[in-house]
Design a protein around this ligand. Structure first.
Ligand SMILES: [Fe+2]
Length: 271
């Protein structure tokens, strides 16, 4: 039985995923650090809560970001195809059930010049937002290093030092739900990179829990960002952390628009 078929015949439960406050991560609050480490070990997913006033800036930008993402994907196909590069990860991509657009943090140096289908107002707003996401990803990575008491060259941040060429980048998705749940393509995968940060507004993803081997829903929690460990961080941590299988899914039949934002922290190319 395929994963898709299984999902239509079961009613998976909500996954138990821990939330850690961003302020506590920055302050290296001991209990929060322990929760963060445990979550990175299993299931390899956690939420970061930004609702405290000192960390809430990023949340204020989110409604505008989602509006820009929608505006981008609602452009005519020929506009988006101006940024289509078949042999590169970056730029516009169209698949059977979704469209994506990605730009690397390194592309900021030329003002996203290579993406003519990406309008100026979108560039102006999304560049600082992706830089903010990069900073958050590095802060989480640093906290994980501290939690494991890694020093010097053993620290995870060494794979993403400033100035190091990197494919780390910001990716946006237009992934409308399908008329029938049974038609959702099986897209189960693990992420290749270091950390994936995600913002979304609907029930749209499931993880395969490492202990039960059952798919469970990843819920949307307002004011919180979903983070998952990628394969590179598992390798860098010598298997201490876990990269969990997950997939896009929808809870019921019916076509509905759906947009997601993510930041993909990947190891530097010379690391
Ligand atoms: Fe993923």
């Amino acid at each position: 039985m395929s994963n898709t078929a299984a999902a239509t015949q079961e009613s998976p439960e909500m996954a138990s995923i821990k939330t850690i406050n961003m302020g506590d991560i920055l302050a290296r609050e001991p209990v929060a650090l322990r929760v963060l480490l445990d979550a990175a070990r299993s299931p390899g997913f956690f939420y970061v809560d930004f609702r405290e006033p000192s960390t809430a800036d990023i949340l204020e930008e989110l409604p505008d970001m989602f509006a820009l993402v929608k505006e981008y994907f609602c452009q005519p196909e020929h506009e988006k195809m101006k940024s289509y590069y078949p042999n590169e990860e970056c730029g516009y991509k169209r698949y059977a059930q979704l469209e994506t657009f990605e730009f690397a943090l390194d592309d900021h140096s030329n003002g996203l010049f290579n993406y003519p289908g990406f309008q100026q107002n979108q560039k102006r707003s999304m560049m600082p937002f992706s830089e903010r996401c990069h900073k958050v990803a590095m802060q989480i990575l640093s906290a994980l290093s501290d939690g494991l008491m890694r020093q010097g060259t053993e620290r995870f941040e060494n794979k993403n030092l400033p100035g190091m060429p990197s494919d780390s980048g910001f990716m946006i998705y237009c992934a409308p739900t399908q008329a029938r749940v049974a038609d959702v393509e099986d897209n189960a995968h693990t992420d290749e990179g270091t950390l994936t940060l995600m913002f979304f507004n609907q029930l749209c993803m499931q993880l395969k829990h490492p202990r039960t081997n059952e798919y469970q829903w990843i819920e949307h929690r307002p004011g919180q960002m979903l983070v998952n460990v990628g394969n590179s961080l598992v390798e860098h941590s010598n298997g201490e952390f876990y990269s969990c299988l997950h997939r896009a899914m929808q809870p019921e039949d019916g076509v509905e628009e759906r947009y997601l934002l993510s930041y993909l922290l990947r190891p530097g190319k010379s690391a």
